[in-house]
Write a protein that binds this ligand. Sequence first.
Ligand code: ADP
Ligand code: ZN
Length: 207
Amino acid sequence: MFLKKNKPKGSLEVICGSMFSGKSEELIRRLKRSQIAKQNTLAFKHNLDDRKTIEYVISHSGNKIKAFAVDTVKLILDLTPPEIEVIGIDEVQFFSMDIIPVVLKLVSMGKKVIIAGLDLDFRGIPFGPIPALLAIADKITKLNAICVRCGAEAQHTQRLIDGIPAKFHDPIVLVGAEECYEARCRNCYSIDIHDFIEKYEQKQNSI
Ligand code: ADP
Ligand code: ZN
């Protein structure tokens, strides 16, 4: 027989994948199911462009749910009333590492936290706090998009500048430029990684 404890049962679910893989759609689906189950839900997304506070989590197919747009993780704690049972957070890759203690706190308070974010940046490097969140998650869902070049499963987000793959040292975050990104499979994805590898090797040799 298992011992029953009275502690509230919080949990962390992480939905990750490339752009267009359906992360926002899946987050919205899970939040709407919680609402059907009469659970108090609240959604947040990162407010990258710093303009509106009341926003929507919107998928590329137009599905949406109302959300607070915030630029610091502290606001997530401040804006969550005690009666909230399920919290969804989109675009989590843009938050600082401070998101980790905040998520752990919400989970320890018995809340179900569902987060969605890009696992890799356009360079193919794990994005911000996502790797750590994957490690502490109870449940992980990794989604693929469809490669726009060959129709295979796409793991990568290709950034294009005037139709040409962006360079490794370009800025990681490019606000409001969705048209610069394509979903691509490993074979069709292209990044100029040689600079990075060369510099890394030079550094290793000089140690
Ligand atoms: P994400 O949050 O991962 O960027 P969304 O949930 O916003 O993805 O959008 C997923 C939707 O995007 C799909 O259901 C589909 O309608 C549309 N879509 C557009 N381009 C692609 C693609 N290359 N692969 C898969 N879905 C795509
Ligand atoms: Zn491809």
